[in-house]
Design a protein. Structure first.
Length: 203
């Protein structure tokens, strides 16, 4: 019961932060954006409960946050990497980052154009976990004029959850998000075997 109470309080703290930040930074469409973010949090929660809070496989997390584009997975969306299981806390933060990336891709990025493609990849190299989101073939990209809550989720929240580093690159050819961190901070024990080749280019 103490553990359930702790998790419930953590979840309420996250919801409170999402509500305040969404209202502050997106007041004109608060209901829509807040609802989308709560649904993303709920998808993370479903995976954690299904796995009895023993972590979430990265592939399952990515597919859950790309559920609105499920028919594109395997064609315009590539989800590829070794079977690795994220810790609960890192899964929540990375899941929210993937949600923001998917939302932006659908509205402004690669998934808003018929020829656009997205690649989600991850791998370990020694003691390091690397994960990336790469968009190509969409409209020309430029950095946002203001730092919104979505950017904070994609960068600061993801970084803090795993004590890692996020590189967010708004190149004209497409947005690239890359997270690198100590594998021990993000992955469940015995999930840290080197498998860096999975980050390579697709054929």
């Amino acid at each position: 019961m103490r553990q359930i109470n702790h998790r419930a309080k953590n979840m309420l703290s996250v919801v409170d932060a999402i509500a305040h930040q969404t209202a502050t930074r997106n007041p004109e469409d608060f209901i829509e954006r807040f609802s989308e973010r709560i649904q993303a949090l709920s998808a993370n929660q479903d995976l954690l409960v299904r796995n009895e809070w023993n972590g979430v496989e990265i592939a399952d997390l990515a597919r859950a946050q790309l559920a609105h584009f499920a028919d594109l997975i395997g064609s315009r969306i590539v989800v590829r990497g070794p079977r690795l299981r994220l810790k609960a806390a890192s899964a929540q933060a990375i899941g929210l980052a993937l949600h923001e990336l998917a939302t932006n891709a659908g509205k402004y990025g690669a998934l808003s154009a018929d020829a656009g493609r997205v690649e989600v990849r991850w791998a370990t190299d020694g003691d390091t976990l690397a994960m990336s989101w790469t968009e190509r073939g969409g409209p020309p990209v430029s950095a946002p004029k203001r730092r919104g809550f979505g950017t904070i989720v994609m960068e600061a929240m993801a970084e803090r959850s795993v004590d890692g580093k996020v590189d967010l690159d708004y190149t004209p050819s497409g947005l690239t998000w890359r997270l690198t961190c100590p594998a021990a901070n993000a992955l469940e024990p015995r999930e840290r075997e080197p498998n860096f080749r999975s980050m390579g280019k697709s054929n």
